[in-house]
Design a protein. Sequence first.
Length: 276
Amino acid sequence: MSRLTARFEQLQAQSRKALIPYIMTSDPQPEVTLPLMHAMVKAGADIIELGAPFSDPMADGPVIQLAAERALEHNTSLHDVFKVVQQFRQTDAETPIIMMGYLNPIEVMGYEVFAAQAESAGIDGIITVDMPPEEGSEYVAALKQHAIDPVFLLAPTTSEARMDKIAAAASGFAYYVSLKGVTGAATLNVAEVTEKMRAIRKHIKIPVGVGFGIKDAATAASISACADAVVVGSAIVTRMAENSGNTDKIITDVTEILASMRNAMDAAGASKIKTA
């Protein structure tokens, strides 16, 4: 059983939902990433999504595009992502880590080499934004050979037929991109997300997380009512950019955001149990 599957089963048994923060490796400075990862776990993160910087991050809005630029200024590569995960695993063997990135650097490395090194580092899942399931059979096979879950994206425009293709390829969880646009683009309509999740669950039987547009504790709590996981990225990366050069302030601000979301999500779940 993968760490991702085990974590979702554990949370389900506790009637809780996963909180998944996103940060970019080496942003705003390389020395921030590792201590921040540990601090996020202490603040209530259940799974960590770790960005691999790429020069053309097409799914990301300005906030995370700039994070990628800052990381690339430090010459951050896939090897640096692997290195920080290896360091994290020295003291945390339980928290699942998913890497989010784009296909080009992985193609350059080669599917088998990439998957083997990711497994050796301790990565549990991979989101490859620009690899559709229709074209990913060889890639998915390499990941699964190395016990890594391929996590695929669903969008508001995803058809039911395509949901079935994603269901056949994905494992760990599926990621519903709740907005028609890039990361951090707009404000969520929770009712629309809830309605779309009903359709998704007819086809996707693994857990489903929701991301894009989750900026505060109230929204996180609302989304947790219909999703198995809440993913927050731009709100965190914005605070990190504002405090560039001050690791302690970055950690304080990010953990405050996550703790508020964790508390709100848990309170919403407890209230739902009482009224059920």
